[in-house]
Design a protein around this ligand. Structure first.
Ligand SMILES: [Zn+2]
Length: 212
């Protein structure tokens, strides 16, 4: 099977997984992967992640031109911005999952990292999560802000919207997204109780041991 066909089918399976886990609803959210030739497979506009079809997944050039399949998600432009900024990224997951979006709607005084480092897995898979300010849906100025925030971060949070998470494979990006959603859930479960997040030296030790 070609790399493209394999990845088309994997996007269908991952879409169904995220939909069945209730991390995606309606036609919200989009997934993409970058092929060896630089072209990108991305979920189509107005499609439900629970019911994707391999042959209808959009294939676009790095400039956004459609090569094959249905028209791409309207949010394709910020996927392109992340790929441009992160050469090692081969997959992107962007969802409007409940707890993550709830974090994106809070009033954040510090925008460099909008979730505390509660667990080692969050630090390993997500890392620091900077907030990108609100933009109207479809506003292309978002691409510039996403590019800047993506430079040093594999996961970023769009205000009043949701996270964008990239990875070296679609599995890595999906697992990191799931970790982020679980940390967001923990954050609300803990509420106002005093927490004991990981300390700077513990985070540094994790980053030294699991550098990627
Ligand atoms: Zn979105």
């Amino acid at each position: 099977m070609s790399q493209e066909q394999e990845l088309r089918e994997k996007l269908v399976r991952m879409g169904a997984l995220l939909y069945n886990r209730q991390l995606a609803h309606g036609s919200a959210g989009n997934l993409s992967v970058r092929l060896d030739d630089g072209s990108i497979l991305i979920t189509p506009t107005n499609s439900s992640l629970g019911f994707l079809e391999p042959e209808r997944i959009s294939k676009i050039r790095p400039d956004g031109a459609l090569i094959a399949g249905d028209p791409p998600s309207k949010e394709y432009f910020f996927h392109l911005a992340v790929y441009e900024e992160r050469p090692a990224a081969r997959a992107i997951v962007h969802l409007h999952s409940t707890y993550s979006v709830a974090v994106s709607c809070l009033c954040h005084e510090e925008t460099e990292d909008v979730l505390p480092p509660l667990t080692a897995y969050h630090v390993m898979r997500v890392g620091k999560l900077p907030l990108v300010r609100y933009f109207r849906p479809g506003d292309r100025a978002l691409a510039k802000a996403v590019r800047e925030a993506s430079k040093d971060h594999r996961a970023i949070m769009l205000a009043n919207h949701g996270p964008i998470v990239s990875g070296a494979t679609i599995e890595e990006a999906v697992y990191a997204y799931e970790e982020l959603e679980e940390t967001a859930k923990l954050y609300f479960i803990i509420g106002d109780r005093k927490t004991s997040p990981l300390k700077a030296e513990q985070i540094a030790e994790i980053n030294r041991t699991f550098s990627n």
